[in-house]
Design a protein around this ligand. Sequence first.
Ligand code: AMP
Length: 281
Amino acid sequence: MKTETTIQGLTASLAPARTTKKLIGFVPTMGNLHEGHLTLVRAAKKICDVVVVSIFVNPIQFGAGEDFDSYPRTLEQDSRLLADVGCDIIFAPSVEQMYGKHPRLTNISVSQITNDLCGESRPGHFDGVAVVVTKLFNIVQPDYAFFGQKDYQQLAVIRQLVQDLNIPLEVIGVPIVRAADGLALSSRNGYLSEEERIAAPTIYQLLKQAEAALGEGQALSQVLANISIELTQVGFVVDYVEARQPNLQPIEQFDRDLVLFVAAKLGSTRLIDNLQIDFKI
Ligand code: AMP
């Protein structure tokens, strides 16, 4: 496994794979890797010849007062984990390498599907994601790119971006990896105190209860309100509890497949989760 920190170095490392037309898989991450990230790498290994994992804490997707400075940077530990799952190349550029050369005058904004959910509470976040992912796609030029359904709205934004801008690659979505108690794995879980970590799986428990309640015919508005109330009772500050069609459009018909979304803060840690509900009627 190689680690490259410059665009030039990465291009040189990938040159043999490109000339021999090997399939290149790409997994963008911000590091502090866990089993969720490693599952993306394993999915990439299954269908690609060469797998590149980027580790880059992207400053322009963090808002003022968010955790850019404190975000865990654990490159050595990440490298060991990636070597174990057969990653071929780590791309770990500096902020200077990604943004330093020229002042950036281009922004990329995916409209509509970024207007609500995390887009509403994190203004500019998805623009920052769209810019960095487009830059990384152009640098790596992969055949396949792998993203987690944990960040469901992000995955939708990237699919839209790839379609709208004719970026020549296929986006693969990978299901959420959870801890044994149901908490969706996230680098931000490390911020939780012992007490908060015990409360955190409530999000998933309530999503599963909501699924059962909807199956029994309870009204969606009531089910969503209950999640909010119960999260507040165990100490969360709820950002949103929403339901959307799988394409993120508003629900039109109640008995169609839908996705439940939760974002809530425990102390200063913002957690997100979602659950896809397939109505089998
Ligand atoms: P991050 O490092 O948080 O930017 O995440 C990098 C990639 O890993 C994104 O595509 C995330 O959606 C994905 N990811 C993070 N946590 C999980 C998880 N628990 N299950 C599946 N994918 C995940």
